[in-house]
Design a protein around this ligand. Structure first.
Ligand code: SF4
Length: 215
């Protein structure tokens, strides 16, 4: 079964109806807080990041604060989010660059964001979407990757190639909703183990399901 754009859009419309409240689950109030929260969310749950950041942001929430902070204090503040040494190093280096090069503002292009330490394409995509409401692509996390492969949007394994396949499959106006509904579908129905295929609203379109249900 080869999917076309019309079918792809039908899939996303069904997921939109299934998850009308789908949105970013990280808490933030400024682009800088968003950037820090996304860096912290690598290899960590959004829930844990949301439990950790309020106490930090209440006291420190500007690039200057993080650039001038003692690195060991930063490490202890973000410790619950895991990989704290590496994340602290990247957050401090990024904060220094924001102060020195960007007048303490978070830049709003993919290229500039991806030049910051600890900011890869996925993080840059999330910041462009959530902080600037200007999605440039799709942030391919573990849920998005699994679903793209199962539904048949992409056969690729590398996130960047999967993203390119997804972007080719949809008009740009769907980038915003894609970012949210694919992740929510992965968290709620198309889970890594025991996906709930019999109640899945898009099983008719799903290549994986069609293959296994015929086997
Ligand atoms: S049918 Fe199953 S595998 Fe396919 S998208 Fe739905 S839950 Fe995932």
């Amino acid at each position: 079964m080869k999917m076309n754009e019309k079918q792809n859009i039908e899939i996303i419309e069904k997921l939109k109806k299934t998850y009308p409240d789908a949105k970013c689950s990280l808490d933030f109030t400024t682009p800088f807080e968003m950037l820090i929260a996304v860096i912290l969310s690598a290899q960590c749950t959004d829930e844990r990041v949301n439990k950790t950041t309020p106490a930090i942001f209440a006291k420190y929430n500007t690039p200057e604060d993080f650039a001038n902070m003692d690195l060991s204090l930063l490490e202890s503040l973000i410790h619950p989010c895991g990989f704290y040494r590496n994340k602290a190093k990247n957050i401090q280096a990024t904060s220094k660059i924001l102060v020195e090069k960007y007048h303490s503002q978070v830049p709003n292009t993919m290229e500039e964001l991806m030049s910051l330490p600890g900011v890869g394409r996925k993080t840059a995509n999330v910041v462009m979407l959530e902080a600037f409401n200007n999605p440039q692509g799709v942030a391919v996390d573990t849920h998005c990757k699994r679903i793209a492969n199962r539904i048949g949007f992409s056969k690729q394994k590398e996130p960047e190639k999967i993203e390119q396949d997804i972007l080719k499959a949809f008009p740009k106006k769907y980038y915003y909703v894609l970012n949210h509904v694919l992740i929510w579908h992965g968290r709620n129905i198309c889970t890594a183990r025991n996906p709930k295929c019999t109640t899945c609203p898009i099983s008719n379109y799903c290549q994986e399901y069609q293959k296994t249900s015929k086997a």
